[in-house]
Design a protein around this ligand. Structure first.
Ligand code: FAD
Ligand code: FO1
Length: 458
């Protein structure tokens, strides 16, 4: 048995995916504190906790701390997430794996749980955003067990891909490509046998959580691993063809719509990459998609992990900070309040339609997000206010918001992060500019506007 266990710890792709955060001595059960990677399939953090439990001959379980106020998440996001939790709880029961739902902030609920069950090791999923970092720090201060962190979100673990903040996709791409053969082909095996948990596992009353936090019917978004896998397979089998040439047309349904599932970790990006790689779509479509899924997405984690100012203009590169400052006093032809923007009441029909798409559908088309954010720079008093506004609206309304991709998308649009300097213009300085005429050259703007003219609150 011991031999098997040692072999499992040496599974290809596992090595270097985890790191020790704190070492302690204890003999109690082991938990996986799940937060960013909300799935039981293809989850390296779950696998790691299970390997540790098998090695030590101890019980293991999964804990999810369901906090009622995460960033600007609303009922639609909670409903989506809780559907996923319900599915996991049922599945874990069939696997014989305890799954605990703690209601409330992890800083308040997790330390007493660790104490009560004499937990020896907490394994958690890596997350570059400050909320999780602060949770971890506070939980560690209030407890005594070991802590280990596993990057279950990126195909190449963030700290393996690069030890520093990367300048652009061009500098990051070769580093990731170097490691891909080591990580991409090896998915984690599914955990099998479990030692008996030393007590009763309470019923995870998620129906009441759904009523309290997610009480808003939504026929568009269904959360959970099953649905995430269905969306992924449909896309790999039939949606991927034409991705390279059509993905930037907001009137076509050429994107995968996987971002909410990836954000909540309901599907592993590694699994998506493997499925897409194996599909019969043309190589140019696969390459274009994998560039977004792997390079651009993992570059966002790189930025947020190494730059604590990821959602501040102070985190912008020096060239754009200087340039934007030089244009602070430029005349703004239109200035809108947050309320006017939120309601989609500007003079620009395309911008209003993009805003309506986000509020109504919970997902704005990818190309429009750039245009939408850049116009907010043009119509607010300066880059600080613009960045705050973009992040606030993005986090409040996007199903995939509250994510490194969102903070980096906003910083790219307003502060030229990962971009280069362009020709000098009013307000934007050297930051890349976009306008309505450019949009008209790309797609049928009037058609898009006609589809999204009704704001749900009007
Ligand atoms: P697809 O085109 O099918 O792409 C597949 C996956 O690749 C996406 O799910 C995503 O994980 C990744 N990806 C695609 N484009 C990018 C990109 N530019 N940067 C990083 N990863 C990318 N993405 C989010 O996930 N959450 C956000 O909150 C978010 N906010 C954004 C805000 C702004 C201002 C901008 C400019 C971009 C933002 N993006 C965000 C990036 C991108 O627009 C979305 O990831 C994409 O539109 C999601 O739709 P999809 O899954 O159908 O994309
Ligand atoms: N993580 C948790 O551990 N508990 C939660 O209750 C929780 C709520 C939540 C709501 C919306 C959302 O977008 C994310 C949420 N997350 C929660 C965090 C999430 O899983 C990620 O860790 C972060 O969004 C960063 O990637």
């Amino acid at each position: 048995m011991q031999e098997d266990v040692r072999y499992m710890a040496l599974i290809p792709g596992h090595h270097n995916r985890w790191r020790e955060v704190r070492k302690a001595v204890g003999t109690g059960p082991i938990i996986y504190w799940m937060s960013r990677d909300q799935r039981l399939e293809d989850n390296w953090a779950l696998f790691h906790a299970w390997v540790r439990a098998r090695e030590a001959g101890r019980p293991m379980g999964v804990v999810f701390c369901l906090t009622p106020r995460y960033s600007l998440a609303g009922p639609r996001h909670y409903r989506f997430m809780i559907h996923g939790l319900q599915e996991m709880v049922a599945k874990a029961q069939n696997m014989g794996m305890p799954f605990f739902i703690l209601r409330g902030d992890p800083v308040r609920t997790l330390p007493p749980f660790l104490e009560e069950w004499k937990i020896s090791l907490t394994v958690t999923d890596f997350d570059p955003l400050r909320e999780k970092g602060q949770w971890m720090e506070a939980v560690m201060e209030r407890s005594e067990c070991d802590f280990e962190e596993v990057d279950a979100h990126n195909i190449v673990p963030c700290w393996q891909a690069s030890p520093k903040q990367e300048f652009s996709a061009a500098t990051f791409r070769p580093k990731v490509r170097l490691h891909l053969p080591e990580y991409m082909p090896h998915l984690p095996p599914r955990p099998g046998k479990f030692h008996r948990w030393p007590g009763e596992v309470p019923n995870a009353d998620l129906d009441s959580a759904l009523k309290e936090l997610g009480d808003r019917p939504d026929d568009r978004w269904v959360g959970g691993e099953t649905e995430a896998h269905r969306v992924m397979r449909d896309f790999a089998n039939s949606g991927l063809q034409g991705y390279a040439s059509q993905r930037n047309d907001p009137n076509l349904n050429a994107q995968s719509s996987l971002s909410p599932y990836l954000h909540f970790g309901m599907v592993s990006a590694q699994r998506v990459a493997v499925e897409v790689d194996a599909s019969s779509a043309p190589p140019s479509d696969k390459d274009a998609f994998l560039e977004e899924l792997i390079i651009r997405r993992e570059l966002s984690d790189n930025f947020c992990h190494y730059n604590p100012l990821y959602d501040s203009t102070e985190g912008f590169p020096a060239w754009s900070r200087v340039s934007l400052r030089e244009h602070l006093d430029d005349r703004r032809e239109h200035l809108y309040t947050l309320e006017e923007l939120e309601a989609g009441r500007t003079h620009d029909p395309l911008w209003n339609a993009a805003q309506v798409q986000m509020v109504r559908e919970g997902k704005m088309h990818g190309w429009l997000r750039m245009y939408w954010a850049k116009k907010i720079l043009e119509w607010t008093e300066g880059p600080d206010q613009a960045l705050r506004t973009v992040n606030e609206l993005n986090d409040r309304y996007e199903m995939d918001g509250r994510d490194p991709n969102g903070y980096v998308g906003a910083a790219w649009s307003i502060g030229g992060v990962h971009d280069r300097a362009w020709g000098e213009r009013p307000i934007f300085g050297k930051v890349r500019y976009m306008n309505l005429n450019g949009a008209r050259r790309k797609f049928d703007v009037d058609l898009f506007v006609s589809r999204f003219s009704d704001h749900p609150d009007r």
